[in-house]
Write a new protein. Structure first.
Length: 404
């Protein structure tokens, strides 16, 4: 269970209230040795190059790292609009609310039972487009069923009262199909389009590879739905009553980051195999190549054709070999770091880093990489424009990045 750290600089004393087809770009800069996403972290990782700016923290980074709290294998977080609460999921199945002023923690009741094994468990949490009116939140998790396990997305109402909180009316609105054996590559990140009319969900290949090129299943895809979970009108492969009705893009391996920029373009960060981690701009109906094309290799060094012009696949804008294991993606819009407005921030697991990607309209190029000393699972922007991180480990810290 999460517990506040005794850090006065990070937590103000207050009374608790209610509340993964352009030409292939050049390779990115050197990164740590390759690692499977959930392998033990490397002993060292290279320091990144800080962005050029007038003020630097004493350690030379362009931000100050403030320790705020710690949690047991945290996976995702979301600031809940119009409330003082930050919601944080733990892979084991717990959902916590942290009061932004007092630091008090409340465990939420009514959370679904999850299959917490390997990479699976309780995953993303996102407030619905109408949260301020109806307190609707969307959660992703892993369930068991005929054939094995699979990711699901549900929605319910998050009710807070004094020092308690609960999920009411939680219903599953989407299921990854089919269920298969294994405990990896669920992906299950959630993002809403800026107008709130479309729900996007990343659906990993479940380490089966071939399904990513099969339009009769939703493994290895990004799906686009209405907020109530129905296939969205206008999807590129719609055949009434088929899983293809949901598909927005295909040929994905393990897309663990999903975010829209200010102009409504959808971006994704995706784990490659042994190398070939990617940042992609997601376009409707496009095939991103997995497992037919990748700038990495199969584990054991089996070759995969690199992305190449006119190969029929969408190539990444930014890629890393060796791997950094991108875990999440946030596009920054705040005022605390004005030099980074519109840029993407990515957490790195095996890379143990925070990575910045320079977004310039429809293009993306490699930016900075800062060694954080721990696997970074989640990156979010706070309401005040600060940047928040979750470490991927038992006792993983919640960190706030502020200006020097």
């Amino acid at each position: 269970m999460g517990r506040p750290l005794n850090l006065a600089a990070a937590i103000a004393a207050a009374v608790l209230v209610t509340g993964c087809s352009a030409p292939s770009p050049p390779p990115a800069s050197p990164t740590p040795p390759p690692s499977t996403p959930d392998a033990a972290p490397p002993a060292t990782s290279p320091a990144g190059t800080p962005a050029s700016q007038p003020r630097l923290a004493p350690d030379g980074r362009p931000f100050v790292v403030n320790e705020v709290a710690d949690f047991d294998e945290p996976w995702a977080m979301a600031f809940l609009p119009g409330t003082p609460w930050l919601a944080i999921t733990e892979r084991s199945g717990a959902l916590h609310l942290r009061h932004q002023e007092s630091g008090a923690l409340v465990e939420v009741a009514g959370v679904p039972s999850v299959v917490a094994a390997g990479q699976g468990g309780l995953g993303d949490i996102v407030p619905g487009p109408t949260f301020a009116e109806d307190q609707t939140v969307y959660l992703s998790w892993v369930e068991r069923g005929d054939g094995g396990t699979g990711a699901v997305v549900g929605r319910g109402r998050l009710v807070t009262q004094d020092d308690s909180a609960r999920l009411d009316g939680l219903d599953v609105i989407w299921r990854q199909t089919p269920k298969v054996s294994g405990n990896g590559h669920f992906s299950h990140r959630i993002a809403f389009s800026p107008d709130g009319e479309h729900l996007l969900i990343s659906s990993g290949d479940r380490q089966k590879m071939a399904p990513a090129q099969d339009l009769d299943v939703t493994l290895g895809k990004i799906v686009r739905l209405t907020p109530d979970g129905r296939p969205a009108p206008g999807n590129p492969f719609a055949v009434d009553g088929s899983p293809s009705d949901e598909i927005w893009s295909w040929g994905h391996r393990n897309p663990l980051g999903l975010a829209f920029d200010a102009d409504g373009r959808l971006w994704s960060s995706e784990m490659g195999p042994q190398g070939g981690d990617e940042v992609n701009r997601i376009e409707p109906g496009q095939n991103y190549g997995w497992p037919e094309a990748s700038n990495g290799s199969h584990y054991g060094d089996g070759e995969i054709p690199d992305h190449a012009p006119q190969d029929g696949f969408e190539a990444p804008f930014v890629w890393w070999t060796p791997s950094v294991s991108p875990s999440s993606l946030m596009i920054y819009s705040g005022d605390v770091f004005p030099q980074w407005q519109g840029d993407a921030f990515i957490g790195a697991l095996s890379g143990r880093a925070l990575i910045r990607v320079d977004l310039d309209g429809p293009s993306a190029t490699e930016g900075d990489q800062w060694d954080m000393g721990q696997r970074i699972r989640e990156v979010e922007q706070g309401p005040d424009g600060t940047i928040w991180l979750l470490e991927d480990t038992p006792g993983g810290r919640l960190l706030q990045l502020t200006a020097p």
